[in-house]
Design a protein around this ligand. Structure first.
Ligand code: C2E
Ligand code: CA
Ligand code: CA
Length: 472
């Protein structure tokens, strides 16, 4: 306030000043609470670090700056190893203590201009600008990893804690922050696969994987190229003496991230994309080599039989018979030891290509096995049109033996018909002793199911065979 002469404030002045003060005070208070709200919206309440939204903003700005200056950023994605274990064994407050202790250590390891954010849970992200090259990024990563070398004090006791880190570098420009975070995260997963306390740089091979992951078909293509498909074998048994009569090849996918996948998860994609053809060739080759090997090393396995599943699409592929002939020759397996399992729909198919292929396989000396028998078509005319060898009784009938009479009648009818036509039967999916007894009574001589063994690795089959289990 300004006055041209000296005088003391009168009541009006005081009232006026009070009003001004009140207005200003309210404005300051509002401004403060806005600041507080903004800070809270952009920071993690537990550690006080920038949160995901602020990181995103800073990352966007950094990308613009980098492009302008022609420099690179490094983005580090850290995940504390076994954090869940800390939470579970020491309690959530110990988990919080750990996160609060990690935060300042990370902040001390970087330059003030770098951003360290809590990304969520036990994940932290470091954003560093003007990183010269990969070597500099590695040095930075190692400096940050050193923040974990001394133990942490949790609930009064010291604990050694490590973190896994994924690093991605980027020269800025037209890049989405989300994509960079995803890449750093993918590299972090790779680091975790190597064990605790490692770091991994994101590279082109990983990029191909991340992009390819969006398409199951490309994933499967990659799996084929990288030999991730393995063949397991489920034996089938001679029921009289419970010895192994043969094995069925069943494909599995040793997925680098998702573990061992069963065919139900990828055969449909393989069928749709046509990849079933190369996939089938891989299975056929591996299975013939394994079976030939067993027959060579296990004196108990001279008559060991092998069956391989063949889908309609595979049966229709040109050159199938030549491929099988070449595979047999290459592996040294006798054609009479190999059978193909086809479903009724394949046998019923009017397409001449498939019929010719089956006849060709038959001429090579292979056995034709009808899979899931009884579930497909009601017409049995095809049974006499082909020279078939084995009917595998679908497991729904075997399961039905426990409850109703009708399954028993159906199994009895199949066994009777098969024997009239000179075919053998293999009931599938035998799980209980009661089913086994019933099937034996009904005249089945072979059988397959979890009661005996699930599908197992090749090495396990070799053990089973050489453990002196005589083959029927
Ligand atoms: P499938 O040919 O009918 O094979 C039998 C399936 O039943 C296998 O499942 C086996 O693990 C399962 N199984 C065996 N015994 C029992 C039992 O006692 N109880 C129960 N509940 N299940 C039992 P898997 O390995 O998941 O294979 C599923 C299907 O994928 C196979 O059915 C077959 O149609 C297909 N498949 C597997 N490998 C290949 C392959 O190399 N090529 C083609 N084209 N198809 C394949
Ligand atoms: Ca089968
Ligand atoms: Ca089957």
């Amino acid at each position: 306030m300004y006055s041209s002469e000296r005088r003391s404030f009168n009541l009006d002045d005081a009232n006026f000043l009070q009003a001004v003060g009140h207005v200003l005070g309210t404005a300051i208070e509002r401004r403060r609470s806005e600041d507080r709200a903004r800070h809270e919206a952009l920071h993690d309440p537990l550690t006080g670090m920038p949160n995901r939204s602020l990181l995103r903003d800073r990352l966007e700005q950094a990308l613009v700056r980098c492009e302008r200056r022609g420099t690179q950023i490094a983005l580090l994605f850290l995940d504390i190893d076994n954090f869940k274990l800390v939470n579970d064994s020491l309690g959530h407050s110990a988990g919080d203590e750990l996160l609060q202790a990690v935060a300042p250590r990370l902040e001390e390891a970087v330059r003030p201009s770098d951003t360290v954010a809590r990304f969520g849970g036990d994940e932290f992200v470091v954003l560093a600008e003007d990183v010269e090259d990969e070597r500099a990024a590695r040095l930075l990563t190692e400096r940050i990893a050193a923040a974990f070398t001394s133990p942490f004090l949790l609930r009064g006791e010291s604990h050694v804690v490590s973190a896994s880190t994924g690093v991605v570098m980027c020269p800025g420009g037209e890049v989405y922050p989300e994509d960079l975070l995803r890449d750093a995260d993918a590299a972090m997963y790779r680091a975790k696969e190597r064990g605790r306390g490692h770091y991994e740089m994101f590279d082109d091979a990983m990029r191909a994987r991340v992009v390819g992951r969006l398409k199951p078909e490309n994933e499967l293509r990659r799996a084929l190229a990288e030999d991730e498909l393995v063949v397991h074998y489920q034996p089938y048994y001679s029921l009289a003496d419970q010895t192994i009569a043969g094995v069925e090849a069943l494909v599995r996918w040793r997925h680098p991230e998702r573990g061992l996948l069963l065919p139900g998860e990828f055969i449909p994609v393989a069928e749709e994309s046509g990849l079933i053809v190369p996939l089938g060739a891989v299975v056929m080759r591996q299975a013939c080599h394994d079976a030939s090997h067993w027959r060579g090393v296990c004196s108990e396995a001279p008559d060991l039989r092998l069956t391989v599943n063949l889908s309609a699409r595979q049966a229709a592929q040109p050159g199938l018979v030549d491929l099988v002939a070449a595979t047999l020759a290459d592996s040294g397996l006798e054609p009479s030891c190999l059978g193909v399992e086809i479903t009724e729909s394949v046998v019923m198919e009017e397409a001449t290509g498939q019929i010719e292929a089956l006849e060709g396989l038959r001429e090579l000396g292979l056995r034709l096995v009808v899979d899931d028998f009884g579930t497909g078509y009601s017409s049995l005319a095809y049974l006499s049109r082909f020279s078939l060898d084995v009917l595998k009784i679908d497991r729904s009938f075997v399961a039905g033996l426990d409850s109703g009479e009708s399954s028993e009648a159906i199994v009895a009818a199949i066994v009777g018909m098969a024997s009239a036509l000179g075919l053998s039967v293999i009931p599938e999916g035998i799980e209980t002793e009661a089913q086994l007894v019933k099937l034996t009574e009904l005249g089945c001589r072979l059988g397959q199911g979890f009661m005996f063994s699930p599908a197992v690795e090749a090495a396990e089959i070799e053990r089973m065979l050489s453990a002196g289990v005589a083959v029927a």
